[in-house]
Ligand binder design. Structure first.
Ligand code: FO1
Length: 348
């Protein structure tokens, strides 16, 4: 079975690890009777990507790469295990990069390799192919687009530098910063007024992305941030259309449980696009494909089971299952539940 997942970094990594575990268990039990082994393709968000200290970072891609390779730092939730920061200390002395953003030595190895290959003329997706050859990941990673569609956050100057002296007449009231500064320096605490993706109009799906969606047997939306991870993937011209057109059932997993974000800062992003921080509101936001949306199925946590009738009314095939991913077993169970809902939809 060909399974294609749209995913961001942190929530996405856990879900994809669970999906890989579920696929491995199915293989051990004989693929559920199917001849061909299951294949996982992950379409990865590139909105978090940033140029910093002269190197190109692709945080969500690297999160998935490191997690699937088993070399990720499990405490911090990003970067490499066993990391050191000798170069980062020097960069701080030189005043290069961001003092609040740590580029570890091992991690810099990845960014230097990526930047060297980009300077040799490779595209980001070709760079990604080379990077993932180093470890047997059990899944294929493709960046959503080869165009640099970095997410920028618009904030009010007044929120950024609170002062009681009124700004000089004509001074700008809005400031724009890269998503990574908003997230790592300000911890999303400065109210975002708008998210803007650079070069979006010129962007096209990276090679293999449309095929991965069109030829899939199942398409899954990981429980990633609906605005700055899933939203930024679907905004790439051609990807929403591919989701609408695929014959595969499309099943999404809510990143919100009981009105709270599972991890990350979806609650700082959803209000910006006028969506309530609830499992139901996000499901409606994605919308049923039968009504022009992007999903057929929607998984919510058991604690949100009361939303099922209205989600069904909105045209979604909804189910309530345990959504917390605490370990490989619970993550694999969630992935199985998503595959199970897809099978139900396909059989309807
Ligand atoms: N997140 C932080 O909170 N602080 C950091 O210093 C930091 C450094 C960093 C370096 C490379 C990288 O790939 C990711 C890094 N992250 C850091 C995490 C990053 O902000 C997240 O992975 C996502 O981009 C946001 O979901």
């Amino acid at each position: 079975m060909k399974i294609t997942v749209l995913a961001g970094g942190v929530g996405g990594s856990r879900f994809v690890l669970g999906l890989r575990e579920a696929v491995r268990r199915r293989a051990a039990e004989g693929h559920g009777g199917e001849a061909s082994p299951d294949e996982i393709t992950v379409v990865v968000n590139t909105g978090d990507d940033v140029w910093l200290a002269g190197v190109r970072l692709m945080p969500d891609f690297d999160s998935l790469l490191y997690n699937l390779a088993g070399v990720n730092d499990t405490e911090r939730g990003w970067g490499r295990a066993g990391e050191t920061e000798r170069v980062a200390a020097e960069l701080r002395e030189w005043g290069v990069g961001w003092p609040w953003f740590t580029l570890g030595d091992l991690d810099l190895g990845t960014h230097l390799a990526r930047t060297a290959w980009l300077r040799d003329g490779l595209t980001p997706s070709q760079v990604g192919e080379r990077l993932q050859q180093r470890w047997p990941l059990g899944a294929k990673l493709i960046p959503a687009t080869d165009t640099e569609v970095d997410t920028y956050v618009h904030v009010d100057v007044a929120d950024l530098a609170p002062t009681d002296t009124p700004p000089p007449a004509g001074a700008p009231t809005r400031a724009e910063m890269h998503f990574q500064e908003w997230w790592t320096r300000h911890r999303a605490a400065v109210p975002a007024r708008r998210f803007v993706q650079r070069n979006l109009a010129d962007a096209r799906p990276a090679p293999g992305v449309v095929e991965a969606i069109a030829e899939a047997d199942v398409v899954l939306l990981a429980p990633s941030n609906p605005v700055v991870s899933i939203g930024t993937i679907v905004a790439v011209p051609g990807i929403r259309e591919a989701l609408a057109a695929t014959s595969a059932p499309v099943v999404g997993v809510s990143p919100i449980i009981g009105g709270k974000v599972v991890r990350g800062m979806a609650d700082a992003c959803l209000p910006v696009i006028g969506v309530e921080t609830t499992a139901e509101a996000v499901g409606r936001h994605y919308g049923a494909r039968s009504g022009g949306g992007i999903v057929d199925g929607w998984l919510v946590d058991e604690s949100d089971a009361s939303a099922l009738p209205s989600l069904t009314e909105a045209g979604l095939v909804a189910a309530a299952v345990p959504l917390w991913m605490r370990d490989p077993d619970t993550s694999a169970a969630l992935a199985e539940a998503a595959l199970g809902l897809a099978a139900t939809i396909r059989s309807e």
